[in-house]
Design a protein around this ligand. Structure first.
Ligand code: XIL
Length: 389
């Protein structure tokens, strides 16, 4: 290399890093300033999201304000599910899903599409469960996926193509109308259909209770994923639902990180797609305990480059499906019933700040990543003094 080129080459990382930094406003990280989850996540180049309900987006200003301020990703909690959006073969109900997409568009948020096919038989519409034969069911599946995906192709960036393929707590695929009529290959069919309808969307397989890699259920899920990949099924990512019960039904952070890395090592993306943490007792420090669990488990994801998104299943304890499942009072989310920030909120914020320190440059490509590496020492030192209050 010509000697005069060497100093220029050494300067390149600095130039690239400086321009990347200029693209994101990080002034909220200044001492005394305050930053939202959304601002930190955006600066770190990751997604922080919530499951939302369009009724409250339209009818409860505090809810809409919190979702707009704190989240850069939205998931429709229910209104994109098959029974909601296509309650009959010829009947579509797009209005509520459109409302979620419109809100996201108005507020510059990504949309995760949840879900084209929830494999649990009780989540499949009755009319679909009554499919008389394989041919009819394949036609219905094709029509459902193609119609829904095409409609939202401009707005949905990531689909849970199949949700919960494994039987609840089990090791095998759900015994449902699809496995009965089409066979296990219905999963591959769904992914191929989606890819054909919107080649730009990221396609996820979403599952529950697979966050501990020491369990047979994790192995069953891992085998399913690797089988599908071997067959050339276009899977881009794995969604870990979450839905933990603190101290009772939760992985350790180490287990969770290992489970996540098992999939990023396959070249897949990973996101936590449905996080909530039920607090099973009334101990006086339970909110602080919850904050630490949130930080540890969100941190287990965000420490892994490739685990680039975390979605909580709601945002406020005022509206959570846990109330309908376990009963009231389990306070599983980030904001309290009056939209006050809980320790859980600060736990997630700290995990996001750790990620920001880990990947200083937002949206870094390999060149920017190299620049970030070169600058990491300086960046980390500077940032340590600039943590949010
Ligand atoms: C839940 C919703 O939160 C509830 O309102 C609804 O009654 C049932 O579904 N796993 C999933 C989510 O993939 O879609 C579920 O959402 C929670 C469990």
């Amino acid at each position: 290399m010509k000697p005069f080129l060497r100093p220029l080459l050494l300067l390149l990382p600095l130039v690239l890093a400086a321009s990347a930094r200029a693209a994101v406003d990080t002034s909220c990280l200044a001492p005394g300033a305050d930053c939202t989850l959304r601002e930190i996540a955006t600066a770190a180049g990751v997604r922080i999201g919530a499951a939302v309900n369009p009724t409250w987006l339209a009818g409860e200003p505090a809810y809409a304000e919190a979702i707009a301020a704190e989240m850069n990703s939205l998931t429709a909690e229910n209104v994109m599910k098959w029974p909601a959006i296509q309650p009959g073969e010829e009947t579509w109900n797009f209005g509520p899903a459109d409302a979620v997409v419109d809100f996201a568009r108005a507020h510059g948020q990504r949309v995760r599409g949840h879900t084209l096919l929830w494999a649990n038989p009780i989540r499949i519409p009755d009319w679909v469960n009554a499919a008389p034969d394989a041919e009819t069911l394949e036609d219905w599946l094709d029509d459902h996926i193609t119609t829904q995906v095409t409609r939202y192709a401009d707005d949905v960036d990531q689909w849970d193509v199949v949700n919960e393929p494994l039987d609840n707590f089990g090791l095998t695929l759900y015994d449902n109308v699809f496995t009965q009529r089409i066979g296990p290959e219905y999963i591959a069919r769904a992914f191929h259909l989606e890819r054909a309808a919107d080649p730009d969307a990221e396609l996820f397989l979403n599952e529950v209770l697979v966050a501990d890699p020491t369990t047979p259920r994790f192995d069953a899920f891992y085998d399913l994923v690797t089988d599908l990949l071997d067959q050339g099924v276009p899977i881009d990512g794995i969604g870990f639902q979450g839905h933990f019960i603190a101290g009772i039904l939760q992985p350790t952070p180490e287990q969770f990180e290992a489970a996540i890395r098992a999939f990023t090592d396959l070249g897949l993306k990973v996101e936590i797609t449905e996080l909530d943490i039920v607090m099973p007792n009334q101990s006086p420090d339970r909110l602080e305990v919850q904050g630490r669990v949130y930080e540890a488990l969100v941190g287990a994801c965000l420490r892994v480059i490739g685990c680039d998104g975390v979605t909580t299943w709601g945002i406020t304890d005022a509206h959570t499906w846990i109330d309908g499942t376990f009963g009231p009072g389990y306070v599983p989310l980030l904001l309290d019933e009056d939209y006050g920030r809980k320790p859980a909120y600060y736990g997630v914020r700290d995990a996001l700040l750790e990620r920001l320190a880990l990947v200083p440059e937002p949206g870094a490509g390999w060149l920017l990543a190299a620049a970030a590496l070169a600058l990491r020492g300086a960046g980390r030192a500077a940032r340590t003094g600039r943590r949010c209050p």
